[in-house]
Design a binder for this molecule. Structure first.
Ligand code: URA
Length: 428
């Protein structure tokens, strides 16, 4: 590999130039091996955030991150594979009902997931609220479970895109997460290395998402779809609302309980709508658009797969969710119609209650979280519960309540309310 001077690479991007293929390959390889220091990579990440990268640079950067580790291969499975990735939101428990639903429709779902950082929750943190459930599987265990059960949600092994693992942790503490080239290459390097046959991206937009406006969300979606297609992965993106949190819960055990309600044929309408919409896209991507996931959800087959999937990873699907040491109820201050519930306020409140972590080594509380008793458009009655907050550490209530202040609006009864669409756009 051709050698470069890291300071020259930083200068090139700082001054608005483009990085050559050789510079990109070298800097990712050297950083992964420890030859480029964290402060140098942080400077480069900030230069990328400020000056951007073109499509060819992003593709090369993604390829270099894939090449930093192993690639998985599911082509020996007897069924096609499909995966979904969400860019992260509040109350976004969709993976939990979605993976077993798609598996129940005949498509295998290898769902390598992460932990939450900041106000967005992590799928593994939620599932760890299930007694006994184990996030770490060997590659052999994963293949066996995909063949036998059809769905696996587990931690990505250390061998998958190690450059991203290191770079993501660095971006998190250097204010460089929100760069479209870096988000797109981070997500797609892991998904391409994972080796799924098709991929559906759920790109969130709104206060609770990384992308706060629709133009940025569309650009991120288009960048990721192009990266996937170029790598031979059938990739589609839905741009979906994250101005309002999903469902009626945010946290760990509370989100598992809500997901089980969806699998049982109930649950909040928006969670069901998005689960079915994403399932349709995954099935179409895997060549199984002959199956209607709404019918399969109603049949109870997805619940059977959920139970088998939890059991296969040593979890007890019948164990009750952990109960919090303390709860606090916020009553509606007036009667009327709830016209706004802000995803970021709810996400930060849940995080402050202990559902999320401030540093990546922090533990999370399985029972921490928040339930809201109305969604935008619903009537509320003065004095009736609006939010229930739960935590094992009651000193956390005050800061969580601060976050909810100003996070919702109640208008007089009869005020017209028009719900914003949940699925805003589709890119393929
Ligand atoms: N999720 C990722 O995996 N990477 C990012 O950069 C942002 C969200």
């Amino acid at each position: 590999m051709e050698q470069h001077d890291v300071v020259e690479v930083i200068h090139a991007k700082r001054d608005g130039g483009r990085l050559s293929d050789s510079q990109i390959d070298w800097v990712i390889d050297a950083y992964t091996r420890g030859g480029v220091a964290d402060e140098q990579m942080a400077a480069l990440a900030m230069a990328i955030l400020l000056n951007g990268m073109d499509r060819a640079e992003i593709a090369r950067w993604t390829g270099a991150m894939i090449a930093s580790g192993e690639r998985m291969d599911f082509s020996s499975l007897s069924r096609p594979t499909a995966d979904k990735h969400s860019t992260g939101g509040v109350g976004d428990k969709i993976t939990l009902p979605l993976a077993p639903l798609v598996a129940a429709c005949g498509v295998a779902v290898p769902q390598l997931s992460g932990r939450g950082l900041g106000h967005t929750g992590g799928t593994l943190d939620k599932l760890e609220a299930v007694a006994g459930w184990r996030a770490t599987l060997s590659n052999d265990e994963m293949m066996r479970q995909l063949e036998d059960v059809g769905a696996v949600i587990c931690a990505a092994g250390d061998g998958l895109a190690p450059a991203d693992k290191k770079l993501y942790a660095l971006r998190d503490v250097t204010g460089t997460v929100e760069a479209i080239p870096l988000i797109a290459s981070s997500i797609m390097s892991k998904k391409i290395a994972e080796g799924t046959g098709s991929l559906v991206l759920d790109v969130k937009v709104g206060s609770g998402a990384f992308m706060k406006n629709i133009d940025d969300a569309r650009e991120l979606a288009a960048t990721m779809v192009a990266l996937g297609q170029d790598a031979g992965v059938n990739t589609v993106a839905l741009v979906t609302d994250m101005a309002t949190p999903l469902g009626l819960t945010a946290g760990n055990g509370v989100e598992v309980a809500e997901s089980v309600e969806v699998l049982a044929g109930g649950g909040p309408a928006d969670v069901v709508e998005l689960t079915v919409a994403l399932a349709r896209e995954m099935l179409a991507g895997a060549g199984r658009d002959d199956v209607d996931p709404a019918d399969v959800l109603a049949s109870g087959k997805a619940m059977d797969v959920w139970r088998a999937m939890i059991r296969a990873q040593d979890g007890d699907p019948d164990a009750p969710m952990p109960t919090p040491k303390e709860t606090h109820v916020v009553a509606a201050p007036s009667s009327g119609v709830l016209t706004r519930l802000d995803a970021l306020s709810v996400g930060v409140a849940s995080w402050r209650l202990g559902a999320g972590r401030a540093r990546k080594e922090d533990p999370v509380q399985a029972a921490a979280g928040i339930t809201w008793h109305a969604r935008p458009g619903d009537s509320v009655v003065e004095g009736a519960p609006l939010f229930t907050l739960q935590t094992d550490a009651p000193e956390r209530f005050a800061r969580a309540l601060e976050s909810l202040e100003g996070g919702y609006d109640i208008a007089p009864a009869g005020t017209p309310f028009e719900a914003a669409p949940l699925v805003i756009d589709r890119l393929s």
